[in-house]
Design a protein around this ligand. Structure first.
Ligand SMILES: Nc1nc2c(c(=O)[nH]1)N[C@H]1C(S)=C(S)[C@@H](COP(=O)(O)OP(=O)(O)OC[C@H]3O[C@@H](n4cnc5c(=O)[nH]c(N)nc54)[C@H](O)[C@@H]3O)O[C@H]1N2
Ligand SMILES: Nc1nc2c(c(=O)[nH]1)N[C@H]1C(S)=C(S)[C@@H](COP(=O)(O)OP(=O)(O)OC[C@H]3O[C@@H](n4cnc5c(=O)[nH]c(N)nc54)[C@H](O)[C@@H]3O)O[C@H]1N2
Ligand SMILES: [Mo]
Length: 749
């Protein structure tokens, strides 16, 4: 092919949403020939991934052009669950949806429609646009018990700091590790997260490895021996759900030994004396007993963290799934506050939407302007959970998921009659208590699913199925910290549309006044106005631009420069202007303003009689490095790497139970049982088993009653709902249940 132009074009874009699936935000190059993506590479010019790409990105073409992908709108032909569908046009789909949702809204009230999303892809914008334009306050991550992903961390940090902070691996700087402003953290605590195989929340595992190459030493807090744990200076092998006690115990050591940053604490924090008093209850002996970590280990780790400035903490979702997650996250954020590791190079830096752009309207003022005061009042009062939980009422616009499913079933205080399901596989992995969510969804009169493939949820309950685009097939916008990024459309597949296109069209039909934009690009341009860039300009820059020097979205030490507060004064964006170790917000919500520890709902300590019958702690859902939640099981390259629904069992435990590696077993709890293939591995301690979530078998029968095998394999059947803490956010028991393992006898499989 010498001299011949091999590709028609190479499109530089941002990886986010369907395809790879993740929250990542990598830069990618898509090689296009004859209207098809032929090859994908990580973009070596992108400061975040610097050319790297994950297995899902590398298999993108298998995903985009998969024979099972749904590429035009469908209408259910037979009964729900029969798997009979007919092709319809977009026009018919839109007309039917508008007609049905209008009828239901007129009869039962607009709040009777749930707008359900999954994890944070580029869905927050389109789905809130649609829900609010339609007039429902019930935008919800349906099934995610306790809203326990990310939200508890966010609220704890906002309550403490007025902002959100992340470990600084130089990601805010274009030159990255070579930028002279940056210093590597001397210590990084990796707390309940396993970043190398995952791509969690706009932070990459390889950043930690890059920091390690530059001298960072690790403290890893994880019950499993992860790759990073095996390379840590300290590995604190914690009993799941006891992280709050550990954080308080570490503060006990740091404060009582005088290792905190006194000047910083005096100048910039509020409530230190009360915190000091509170941590006295958490003596090293108590904490060792609670957490099962030898006290010498966490004392040494606490000393190391406090004396290694700059030090950073990088944490994960098991914190959000902790009982009292908002309290645990508060305690962990106090660690960087009392050691003065706030917004300094190599510490925990404040992360704000790049250039001040928000990809969708979410401030109350903006929402009021678009949808009117009456509607905002409605959100605050009618949103499910708002009247029970002040935190749910005031922080973010989500409805509370555990109450939402209960309300579908009870009709109390008002009926729920329809659901719009977009970017979530509720029955295939998001929801706790799968059966309860199945019963609830089955009751609804009308359900739309917007997805790329059929899955157990769409098969069981969809009336209309709308085909969504992958990231390679759409324009979209991302301002999740820096850089400000564009997703740039490279190709079209079938009749698929982006979530933004679908929802903009429907939103306009429901509320022409609230939707002034003629198309998605015009909407993006209006969101981008504060950056001085248009969507096309951003796309032309290779799809990203880093935050600009002097802007509040660019570190460091912004609290000294008056860049954080609306009044332009130095300090933090809290009511006291300080880091609130005693939280005024929590106090205002009727919650304890200081952190404390509470046992998980089921545990050897809280429910000892249950522990006798079910003597293993069940952690579910540690991430697979090839799959994203319930996705990608149909992608050949990925399935080959992770072929079976497994359960990790320690060799000693397996021996006691007479179980060999690779044998099929039951995981049983008081709620039921699922099948798994034993993976005998010393990664887990003898008292714990770990079962990945999101398992269904796309190669098997999708129709009722089998539904691709969810009743056999979906671990979420063993996870209860209703464990949200007093705050309403957090506490989903996905990591802290009790179970036992039994061998599947001959003939029973
Ligand atoms: N047992 C257990 N369960 C868990 C967890 C756990 O740790 N343990 N983790 C929980 C957590 S933290 C989360 S966030 C949830 C996640 O739960 P979900 O977000 O529901 O997970 P996915 O399987 O990724 O489901 C997404 C669905 O949306 C489709 N999809 C993907 N991208 C797009 C897109 O851009 N547009 C559209 N329209 N559709 C798209 C996919 O094909 C898939 O069917 O799962 C939770 N479930
Ligand atoms: N490849 C891939 N990447 C993903 C996802 C995916 O499905 N696949 N999902 C995305 C989503 S939505 C999320 S929320 C993130 C989640 O990603 P992470 O935050 O990394 O969450 P997990 O993988 O569930 O758990 C991380 C580690 O915490 C440990 N752990 C379990 N329970 C506890 C506990 O009680 N305390 C402590 N200290 N540790 C515990 C587990 O052993 C595991 O090694 O990943 C995102 N990235
Ligand atoms: Mo998540």
């Amino acid at each position: 092919m010498a001299g011949e132009q091999k590709w028609d074009k190479v499109v530089r874009t941002t990886v986010w949403s369907a395809g790879a699936g993740c929250h990542g935000g990598c830069g990618a190059k898509l090689f296009v020939k004859d209207g098809k993506v032929m090859k994908v590479e990580g973009d070596e010019d992108h400061p975040w991934n610097q050319g790297r790409s994950c297995p899902r990105l590398l298999s993108l073409t298998q995903y985009m052009y998969h024979p099972d992908r749904v590429t035009y709108p469908l209408k259910r032909a037979g009964e729900r669950g029969e798997g009979k569908w007919v092709r319809i046009s977009w026009e018919e789909a839109f007309d039917t949806i508008v007609q049905r949702l209008t009828e239901i809204g007129d009869k039962y009230g607009r709040e009777s429609v749930l707008f359900c999303q999954g994890t944070g892809r580029d869905i927050g914008g389109p789905i809130s646009l649609l829900a609010y334009s339609y007039g429902s306050p019930n935008w919800v991550q349906f099934g995610l018990s306790g809203q326990s992903c990310y939200t508890p961390r966010l609220v704890a940090m906002f309550a403490t700091m007025g902002d959100y902070a992340v470990a600084d691996a130089s990601q805010f700087l274009e030159k990255r590790y070579n930028d002279p402003q940056w210093t590597p953290p001397r210590c990084i605590i990796v707390w309940g997260q396993n970043p190398p195989p995952t791509c969690p929340d706009a932070f990459f595992g390889h950043w930690i490895v890059d920091c390690m190459k530059r001298g960072s030493q690790l403290i890893v807090v994880d019950p499993r021996v992860t790759w990073l744990a095996s390379r840590g200076k300290y590995h604190l092998q914690i009993r799941p759900g006891t992280d709050g006690a550990l954080a308080l115990g570490m503060m006990n050591v740091i404060i009582n030994e005088g290792l905190y940053d006194k000047d910083f604490v005096d100048k910039w924090t509020y409530g230190f004396d009360q915190l000091k008093e509170r941590v006295q209850e958490y003596t090293p002996d108590n904490v060792a007993e609670i957490t099962w970590i030898p006290k010498e280990d966490f004392i040494a780790a606490a000393r190391f963290y406090a004396t290694s400035k700059p030090a950073a903490i990088h944490w994960g979702m098991p914190i959000d799934m902790n009982p009292q997650a908002t309290v645990v996250a508060q305690a962990i954020s106090h660690l960087w506050c009392i050691t003065g590791n706030v917004d300094i190079p190599g510490g925990n830096v404040i992360a704000r939407p790049s250039h001040g752009v928000t990809a969708y309207p979410y401030s109350t003022a903006e929402l009021e302007r678009l949808y009117g005061q009456e509607f905002i009042k409605n959100i605050l009062s009618r949103k499910i959970g708002a009247s029970r939980y002040p935190m749910v009422r005031d922080f973010r616009h989500w409805a509370q998921p555990d109450l939402a499913v209960d309300q579908v079933l009870s009709g109390d205080p008002y009926p729920i009659k329809a659901a719009w399901i977009q970017t979530t596989n509720i029955l295939g992995g998001q929801a706790a208590d799968t059966r309860k969510h199945y019963e609830a969804l089955k009751q609804l009169e009308f359900i739309v699913v917007v997805d790329l493939f059929h899955n157990p949820t769409s098969m069981a309950v969809a009336d209309i199925f709308l085909p969504a685009a992958t990231f390679a097939e759409k324009n979209s916008l991302r301002s999740w910290w820096t850089p400000l990024s564009a997703l740039v459309k490279a190709v079209q597949v079938g009749e698929c549309k982006s979530d933004w296109e679908i929802n903009l069209e429907l939103a306009r039909r429901f509320n022409p006044k609230g939707v002034p934009w003629k198309d998605v690009k015009e909407l993006f341009d209006s969101r981008l106005e504060v950056s001085g860039l248009t969507f096309d300009q951003l796309a032309e820059k290779g799809s990203w631009e880093m935050a600009r020097e002097g802007h509040p979205s660019k570190p460091y030490r912004r609290y000294e420069k008056g860049l954080l507060r609306p009044d332009g004064k130095p300090g933090f964006s809290t009511s006291t202007g300080k880091l609130e170790l005693w939280s005024k917000c929590y106090e205002g919500w009727g919650l304890d303003p200081l952190p404390y520890f509470e046992e998980p709902p089921e545990s050897p300590v809280r429910t000892p009689e249950l522990w006798e019958e079910y003597p293993l702690i069940l952690v579910s859902g540690a991430r697979s490095s090839v799959f994203f939640h319930s996705e990608h099981r149909m992608i050949p390259w990925l399935r080959e790497l992770d072929p079976h629904p497994v359960v990790e069992i320690n060799p000693q435990t397996a021996r006691e139970l007479n179980i060999e590696d690779g044998e099929w077993v039951y995981i049983e709890s008081k709620r039921g049982q699922v099948k798994r293939k034993a993976k005998v591995t010393p990664i887990v301690p003898p008292w714990l088993v770990m079962a990945p979530h999101g398992w269904w078998l796309p190669e098997t029968q999708g129709t009722e009653p089998y539904l691709f095998g969810i009743w056999d394999y979906n671990i979420n059947q063993l996870i209860p709902t209703g464990c949200q803490s007093q705050s309403g956010y957090g506490g989903g028991a996905y990591k802290t249940m009790l179970c036992r393992i039994t061998k599947i006898k001959e003939g029973r499989e």
